[in-house]
Write a protein that binds this ligand. Structure first.
Ligand code: AMP
Length: 308
């Protein structure tokens, strides 16, 4: 399987200044897998409860996502509820009901253990470690996390960071985790923990990539259609990993393109609740927005400067 995504599968209840929706399809792995499915064949592993609506499974299958290793457990599906105020970069959690996520024991089928690209979406870092222990040397292993785990499973998260190629975090999470307001310093500290690259998602302000040898800044998109930012980080990661898996090119210039593809997918995902915008998204729109991103950060070299 070219790309394996492991993480949460959820029924989310969300309020934003633009509306309120209850029990809609969500979860870190779902947002990531639907986004990556635009580029690469993707297998999704995560737990669902016996109340998980079959229409959501049908939708995931319609995106050609391999669901053969999905775990159907006895109990209710994981639920997350939260709200956003006018600063939509900040999600406020109202309630996290782990439900079947608390019993989830990720078993990676033999056929998927050699997946060359693996994304560990936001999940208990102890479970992320269990997944890593079953993998056979992926070319790129990336992981995401959130404040819930930074606060409750700090040590396990350190272990995950040691083992991954790319660690993705949003700006407030990495500041909290590395105990500094300075993002380049926070990224350097995270690199010292052992990962090869750090990607900092800054919501509407773009994204930053840091490795030992490079720094790349993806521009922000002037998003006029923002309705629900839930899943922006996961759809970013799905786009990035799906594109890398599809192109199988790990050169720096291609990784930069992948960061932009991630930004493009996130910019669409936030235009509607749940996966509704990606359900309607066309390849042509992805291409057009990629070009818009390119033009936003294009400028010419200084020629003659008439210094005062
Ligand atoms: P994002 O907005 O990309 O950071 O991720 C939003 C998704 O993460 C939502 O659809 C939630 O269902 C899911 N989520 C929220 N809390 C957790 C958690 N503690 N563990 C795993 N997934 C979560």
């Amino acid at each position: 399987m070219p790309l394996l995504v492991v993480g949460s599968i959820a029924l989310d209840s969300i309020r934003t200044p633009f509306g309120e929706k209850k029990e809609i399809l969500g979860g870190s792995a779902v947002h990531a897998a639907v986004s990556s499915s635009f580029f690469s064949t993707t297998a999704l592993i995560g737990p669902i409860g016996n109340d998980f609506p079959s229409e959501h499974l049908e939708f995931l299958k319609s995106r050609n996502i391999n669901l053969s290793a999905l775990q159907k457990l006895d109990g209710p599906t994981f639920r997350w509820s939260g709200y956003y105020e006018y600063d939509m970069n900040q999600a406020h959690t109202l309630d996290t009901k782990l439900n079947v996520l608390a019993q989830f024991d990720p078993k990676i089928p033999e056929a998927f253990r050699e997946s060359p690209f693996v994304f560990l979406a936001n999940l208990d870092p102890e479970l992320q470690l269990k997944v890593i222990s079953q993998l056979k040397k992926p070319k790129i292993l990336a992981a995401d996390t959130m404040n819930f785990w930074i606060e409750s499973k700090r040590e396990a998260l350190h272990e995950v960071i040691k083992k991954v190629d790319f660690m993705l975090m949003n700006d407030s999470e990495i500041r909290q985790f590395m105990e500094t307001p300075n993002l380049p310093l926070a990224a350097q500290r995270l690199l010292k923990l052992g990962c090869k690259g750090v990607i900092i998602k800054k919501g509407e302000h773009g994204a930053l990539l840091f490795t030992d040898s490079t720094h790349f800044s993806a521009p922000s998109y002037p998003q006029a259609m923002l309705r629900d930012p839930t899943g922006a980080g996961d759809s970013f990661a799905g786009g990035l990993m799906g594109y890398l898996s599809r192109t199988d090119d790990l050169s720096e210039s291609n990784i930069r393109k992948a960061v932009i593809i991630g930004s493009v997918m996130a910019s669409f995902n936030v235009e509607d609740f749940s996966l509704d915008r990606l359900k309607r998204l066309k390849h042509k729109e992805v291409m057009q927005r990629f070009e818009e991103f390119r033009h936003f950060s294009e400028f010419e070299a200084l020629s003659v400067v008439h210094w005062v």
